[in-house]
Design a protein around this ligand. Structure first.
Ligand SMILES: NC(=O)c1ccc[n+]([C@@H]2O[C@H](COP(=O)([O-])OP(=O)(O)OC[C@H]3O[C@@H](n4cnc5c(N)ncnc54)[C@H](OP(=O)(O)O)[C@@H]3O)[C@@H](O)[C@H]2O)c1
Length: 216
């Protein structure tokens, strides 16, 4: 299967949370946010799950560093729940929404009218290998996966992630219901988990950046 090279990136607390119980995501520092925008400027697309769109209403553009180009914005959104007024649909960059066959037609139509390209993969939930193949067919060779925890886990489980980069902020927030780097159903044993090899690590402002490759 031909698919984009995928870098998963997140800013997380020392206890692995991507947000607090109240949804606060101001985790990593300014230097780290600039690092993320430099990666965005290098890739063909930036992808999130519908949970992140509904919680954070992100723009997903490059705006913290200078860039002559904008990557496409990609959302995994089985039921086409992306609100037509969401910032991810702004005209600053192209937007591709992956939906399933279960997405109501009127919502799909509304997304198309808002300027999004809609890709259908899977019966009830977006089937990620199909979606990645379709994105490759649309010219996307390098993709930055920016969460959240549900989508991260599915992408890892499907073997669709090549690199994992995290900025660990020096803070612990706890909360059994707060989103972590990878949620989903989880793996039962350490051996069946996604194995990583450390590539490099460095302090950045108040944070510590760790970069891994996924071992196949
Ligand atoms: N700190 C950071 O770097 C960072 C980055 C991103 C997000 N966040 C935080 O993470 C939270 C959102 O995370 P989340 O886990 O709730 O949501 P998410 O991972 O952004 O989105 C999950 C949703 O994606 C949809 N989806 C479609 N196909 C899927 C598939 N095959 N596998 C998994 N999901 C699929 C599902 O909804 P449907 O079934 O309706 O499609 C699922 O509920 C927010 O609080 C946000 O602030 C933090």
């Amino acid at each position: 299967m031909r698919r984009p090279y995928v870098i998963m990136n997140a800013g997380m607390t020392l206890d692995g949370k991507l947000a607090t119980v109240a949804g606060d995501t101001r985790i990593s520092g300014k230097e780290d946010l600039e690092r993320v925008h430099r990666i965005r400027a290098e890739v063909d697309a930036v992808m999130v799950g519908i949970g992140t769109v509904l919680h954070d209403d992100p723009r997903l553009t490059v705006h913290r560093v200078e860039s002559s180009r904008q990557p496409a914005r990609v959302v995994a959104d089985s039921l086409a729940r992306t609100p037509p007024g969401a910032r991810v649909l702004s005209d600053e960059a192209p937007t591709i929404i992956g939906v399933s066959e279960a997405a109501p037609e009127h919502r799909v139509q509304r997304l198309k009218e808002a300027g999004a390209e809609v890709v259908v993969c899977g019966e009830r939930r977006v089937e990620l290998p199909c979606f990645m193949e379709r994105l490759y067919g649309m010219g996307i060779r390098k993709l930055l996966l920016e969460g959240g925890g549900e989508l991260n886990f599915s992408m890892l489980r499907e073997g669709l992630v090549d690199e994992v980069r995290v900025a660990i902020a020096p803070v612990i927030v706890g909360g059994r219901s707060s989103v972590t780097l990878a949620d989903g159903e989880g793996f039962e044993s350490i051996d069946s988990g996604v194995q990583l090899r450390l590539l490099r690590y460095y302090p950045l402002g108040k944070d510590l950046v760790l970069e891994y490759e996924v071992v196949r």
